[in-house]
Design a protein around this ligand. Sequence first.
Ligand code: NI
Length: 178
Amino acid sequence: MFYNKTMALLEIKKYTDKSLKGKASPIGKIDVNIQHLIDDMIETMHAARGIGLAANQVGVLKRLCVIDTSLNEDRKSLIILINPVLVEKEGTVEAEEGCLSIPGYMTTIKRSEKVFVKGSNREGKSLEIEGTGLLARVLQHEIDHLEGLLIIDRISPIKREFFKRRYKKAFKEINSTK
Ligand code: NI
């Protein structure tokens, strides 16, 4: 399938934008607008050197995310995931994590070590992904975004208070300049 449209970079919403706190709605028909959104999100993720991007992060509250753990643009690891559901998880592991919506902030997050996610691809065909390591982490991070959750919602209240004091003002300034 080909989608002929010039791709465009989207603005990545930053903390404290309210779209990051919203719960995304399921996608019904995968129409031409969704196809364009997918293309633009892939372009935006790669341009930002990200490994995952959820629709909430570009201000669209729909259950869609794109993931590419290859960290380059050969797109071999590109996953387009519509209406993802985490159906199984196993083990726990802690690792450093960041988010394109909270630039400059990294923190240790405890996640499941292995996950099994169901959803659909851009053609509407069902997709089943078993992820371990980095992929498992990104899948959980992106599904969190669709629920309106950020990495700072996954840290201890003390760490969150520290984050807010140190970073909230700075991010408000980032937002107000746009
Ligand atoms: Ni993120």
